[in-house]
Write a new protein. Structure first.
Length: 317
């Protein structure tokens, strides 16, 4: 019989080798088709149930429609300029406004005194809770709650303590995931990831909704070829811009690993946002969205700023 100290030392070594257990609580989401794939969670504003998109491309904490704000009892709001469309390419007459919500809860996560941006959304409905058409939780909420969006498990994890994000990352890395540091862009209020598209450098927004998109001028400057689609895209400031599509699927490489091919829509991002268009040259601009993250079984850690991607399947011989 081996001495007890040997058994104890083996147990300690095994415990040290294993990643620390993350203490996470979860809220499920459903993927809803609403201008592309979008994760939608069941939330509560004060005591009223409401379904909200989880949209990391939205810069604030929460954005809701005027109809939803009225239905929730937030009728007194501060005007905030012309913004928001009620249909593609049509700026809503009501404009935008701001208010502060008393309480916002999603599963175990509770935030109080929540700044809300109120504006029209295309296809929005008045009914609550609805299916996510009444508003969206933005990257401000994701960062504040230190949320991890798990596209494989269709759930959002909320850590009990700050160190739980790192423990969850260690668990996924031990399971073979690649951990890639995202870059926070303070000016644009978004996370970016460096990639390459067909061998050309690209810096892409990490978005949690839709199929993603490419900026047409920067992609053309990198010699990607496009054909025009029959439909326009409507920007939030009322712009209507032509939509194009790569003539063939584009390979995606992140962190030195190939993650398949994509063929997302492309448009002039500056014109879409009613802003100055980016100059040619530099990396391709654009966004990777929910469709790509679902395919990669991705987890996106908005608390510590990490993108975690499952190992791509081996191609058959």
């Amino acid at each position: 019989m081996k001495p007890q100290w040997w058994v104890l030392s083996v147990a300690i070594a095994a415990a040290v080798a294993m990643p620390a257990q993350a203490r996470m609580q979860y809220a499920p989401f459903a993927m809803v088709e609403h201008f592309g794939d979008r994760p939608v969670v069941q939330a509560r504003i004060d005591t009223t149930p409401i379904a909200l998109q989880v949209h990391s491309g939205a810069s604030g904490t929460i954005e809701i429609t005027p109809e939803a704000a009225d239905a929730l009892g937030y009728r007194e709001r501060t005007s905030s300029g012309r913004y928001g469309i009620d249909r593609s390419g049509h700026l809503a007459a009501a404009g935008a406004s701001r208010t502060s919500l008393r309480r916002l809860s999603v599963g175990p996560s509770v935030v109080t005194e929540v700044p809300a941006f109120v504006h029209a959304l295309p296809g929005a409905k008045v009914e609550l809770p609805g299916a996510g058409e009444a508003g969206m939780l933005g990257v401000g909420w994701l960062r504040k709650t230190r949320a991890i969006v798990d596209f494989d498990g269709k759930r959002i994890g909320f850590p009990d303590e700050a160190g739980d994000n790192a423990a969850e990352r260690a668990r996924l890395v031990a399971a073979g995931y690649a951990a890639l540091r995202m870059v926070w862009d303070e000016k644009e209020a978004c996370y970016l990831i460096d990639a390459s598209l067909d061998g050309h450098p690209a810096r892409l927004i990490v978005n949690t909704v839709s199929t993603g998109s490419l900026d047409l001028p920067s992609a053309r400057a990198a010699t990607l070829k496009f054909g025009r689609l029959p439909r326009p895209a409507g920007g939030p400031g009322g712009a209507s811009v032509p939509v194009h599509k790569p003539l063939k699927p584009v390979s995606v490489r992140i962190g030195g690993v190939d993650y398949g091919r994509i063929q997302p829509p492309a448009w002039d991002t500056g014109a879409y946002l009613s802003a100055a268009s980016a100059k040619g040259g530099g990396p391709i601009q654009g966004a990777l969205g929910a469709t790509f993250w679902i395919a990669q079984k991705a987890s996106i850690d908005f608390g510590d700023g990490w993108l975690l991607l499952a190992p791509p399947p081996r191609s058959g011989r």
